[in-house]
Write a protein that binds this ligand. Sequence first.
Ligand code: DX5
Ligand code: ZN
Length: 224
Amino acid sequence: MATIIAPSILSADFGHLADEVKKVTDAGAEYIHIDVMDGTFVPNITIGSPVVKALRPTTKAVFDVHLMIEHPETQIASFADAGADIITFHAETTKHAHRVVQQIHAAGCKAGVAINPGTSLSAIEELIEDVEMVLIMTVNPGFAGQKFIESQLYKIHMLYHMIEELETECDIEVDGGINAKTSVDVREAGANILVAGSAIYGAKDIAQAIKDIRGKEIEHHHNH
Ligand code: DX5
Ligand code: ZN
C-alpha cells in the first residue's frame, strides 16, 4: 500500500494557514491533518470547525480531522459541514464508540478511531470492520514535537495482523514523533498514513522532508 503523508497544521504558522496548507500540498502531501483539542481531554485548545470551513475552499487536499475532545458526538455535524473528509475520535472519550462511528458515516465522512499509547487494541477491536482508519497515537496527545514512543510499534504490528485476519480494509495511521527515522519502523510495522508536524513544518526544505518521511516502499510478507 502506498504511504500517505498527512502534515499536521498544529506546527504551522496560524497567522497564514492557507499558505501553510499550500506549502505542504505543493510539496506532495495528500492529507492535511487537523488537530482539534478542547482543553479537557488534552490541555490545549487549538482549532475549531470555523477554521476548517475557512480553509476548505483553499485546497482540494483530504481534510483529516483528529478530534481530541470529550463528547465527540456533539461536534461531528459541525466538522462534517465545515468540510472534513475523515473524522477521527478517541475511543477514550466515549462509552458509545460504535454509535459515534455511525454518526460520522451518517454525516457523510470516513470514520477513524484513535487510541492513546496507554490504551489497548482491545478498546477498538470490534470496530475494525466498521471504520476506514485506526489511529495509533505514538505520543500522548496534546503537543507537537514530542518523542516517539517505541512500545507502540508492537501495537501497530498487531493491528496490521488483525486487519489481515479479518480480511477487511482499514488504514493504519500513526501520529506523534514521526520523522524520516521513525517512519521506517512504523511502515515496517504496517502503518500506511503518517502524520508529521514538527518534522515537516520545522524543516528548511519541506518537499525533501516529505520525501524522506515517505521513504521507499516497504513490502509486507503475509504469513498465511
Ligand atoms: C499530538 C497531535 C499531533 C501532533 C504531531 O497531540 O495529535 O498530530 O501535531 O506533532 P509531531 O509530528 O511534531 O509529533
Ligand atoms: Zn493529531
